[in-house]
Write a protein that binds this ligand. Structure first.
Ligand code: BG6
Length: 484
């Protein structure tokens, strides 16, 4: 089956920070793949903008090298690559001065979508936004794309929103959380709101607890300096994990429409209870397996930054009061595995008096790898000799269910960039959503700083610090095993 490609309008996409790491790894290879899929209209162009002194050809060579490195061989078609490169130009620009802006203006065309990707440090957002207006490069229909980190606390996020709001309306601002571009993350909404099956049970009356796990095997080596100022709370929980939690916890929006969806997510974030210190465990990976530990990778022997977080979160509303959400995420863990597991309660009364083998129903949504869903059900253990129960999975792998179509799925960045061109903000964070997430996060981080809390060490390849196990045991529950 060939996947349906929704056409987009012709566009001029300017990538500030066009020679940077994100552009090379994700944005440019992603655009090439969309070009290959026939989704880039003939006259569309991509303009790299950066401080480097490059010619158009010099930038094209860099893009060709990025495609070589980050696009799998079977998708590298020399004719397509040549066609893609023809659409690429470069402007050497001074984000804080005047150099290059007049040239950029000269390149912009009328009657195409103008989009500006700010793949630069947030400290430059204001300068770039201002110059896009002074030089009359952006117009009322232009869109800008910004990346995380969107601030490092509520005050800085507010300041950034303020800077952007001086020159752009909220409907022009696309704040990326790449988790929202993942196929399986969007599937959470399809599973919840396109099936009647789950919704009646989707509340504290029937759900015992929810576990959200994003485990990674990678370390922070190579980006330790950035990471050490951030930590798992700012790097993963405030944004990606929060989005996952919202998609599970939110009320059904009245329509799959940007503001309808974002209004419901915002309500969830605002309903989060403050987290008690004893409900959070922070960890830092130790050296092992021939590799340095966190403190070596961050080059900060006294670092108190966490590379792991396990926490219990409560949502104070009618639907979720009494059903905790346990979140955990960490680097250098046993396996790369992200999943959401919804554990249901016991039936109100068992007719199988002492039938052994009973376990809870669990709905597991595997986000990566091996995307799919698993519903753990009870059946009768086969054979004579009375009623014994056993748990079996109703197992669906998306790859099996979708066949070839699963292979054609665009990655998160491809999808999100095309949504910018289409003008669809559903999968982007609104300013108030980001601020609400920081408002909840700030007191947690401030508490650690005030108390001088230090993370607990954990072995690389493990499932996190010991105390994280206790966090669950205390409540008579257990984390699910982390399996790749
Ligand atoms: C990024 C974080 O936003 O997401 C990284 O900064 C993390 O630390 C990454 O590794 C995880 O993304 P993915 O798509 O590999 O799950």
């Amino acid at each position: 089956m060939v996947s349906r490609v929704i056409p987009v309008d012709a566009f001029d996409l300017v990538i500030f920070g066009g020679t940077g790491d994100l552009a090379r790894r994700k944005i440019l290879p992603g655009l090439y793949r969309r070009f290959l899929a026939g989704q880039m209209p003939e006259s569309s162009r991509i303009i790299g903008a950066a401080r480097a002194d490059l010619t158009d050809q010099g930038f094209r060579d860099m893009v060709a090298a990025a495609i070589d490195e980050f696009v799998p061989a079977e998708r590298r078609d020399p004719v397509a690559i040549a066609g893609f490169l023809e659409r690429i130009a470069f402007v050497s620009i001074d984000a804080v001065g005047d150099g290059g802006w007049a040239k950029l203006k000269g390149l912009m065309r009328e009657n195409v979508v103008r989009a500006f990707y700010f793949s630069v440090a947030p400290s430059l957002f204001g300068d770039i936004a201002e110059r896009l207006h002074t030089y009359e490069i952006a117009d009322a229909w232009s869109r800008i794309v910004v990346e995380k980190p969107f601030g490092r606390d509520l005050a800085s996020a507010r300041a950034l929103n303020g800077v952007l709001a001086k020159h752009f309306n909220e409907t022009q601002i696309y704040r990326i959380d790449h988790y929202l571009g993942k196929e399986t993350v969007q599937n959470l909404m399809a599973v919840r709101f396109a099936n009647i099956l789950f919704e009646p049970l989707w509340k504290s009356e029937y759900i015992d607890h929810v576990q959200i796990t994003v485990a990674e095997t990678v370390s922070v080596d190579g980006r330790g300096a950035y990471y050490d100022k951030s930590g798992a709370m700012r790097d993963m929980v405030q944004n990606h994990m929060m989005q996952l939690l919202c998609l599970i916890a939110m009320e059904p929006p009245y329509h799959f429409d940007p503001d309808a969806v974002r209004d419901e997510k915002l309500k969830v974030i605002r309903a989060l209870e403050p987290v008690k210190p004893e409900d959070i465990v922070r960890g830092q990976y130790l050296a092992g397996g021939g590799e340095g530990g966190y403190v070596e990778h961050s080059e900060n022997p006294a670092s108190k930054t966490e590379s792991y977080i396990g926490m219990k979160v409560n949502i104070a509303n009618w639907r979720w009061k009494g059903t905790p959400f346990y979140l955990r995420t960490g680097k250098r863990m046993r396996a790369r595995a992200s999943e959401i597991a919804i554990t249901f309660k016991e039936p109100p009364h068992s007719i199988f008096d002492d039938a052994p083998g009973w376990k809870e129903n669990v709905l597991v949504i595997r986000l990566q790898p091996n995307e799919g869903m698993n519903l753990m059900m009870m059946i009768k253990e086969p054979g004579p000799g009375g009623m014994r129960l056993m748990q079996v999975p109703l197992d669906m792998s998306f790859a099996d269910a979708l066949g070839d179509e699963a292979e054609d799925v665009p990655d998160a960045y491809e999808r999100l960039i095309m949504d910018v061109i289409r003008g669809n903000q559903t999968l982007f964070m609104r300013g108030d959503e980001v601020e609400a997430a920081w408002a909840w996060t700030d007191p947690i981080i401030e508490g650690w700083t005030a108390r001088g809390d230090k993370p607990q060490g954990y072995d690389p390849g493990s499932s996190g610090p010991e105390d994280a196990l206790m966090l669950m045991h205390r409540d008579g529950r257990r984390w699910r095993e982390i399996k790749g």
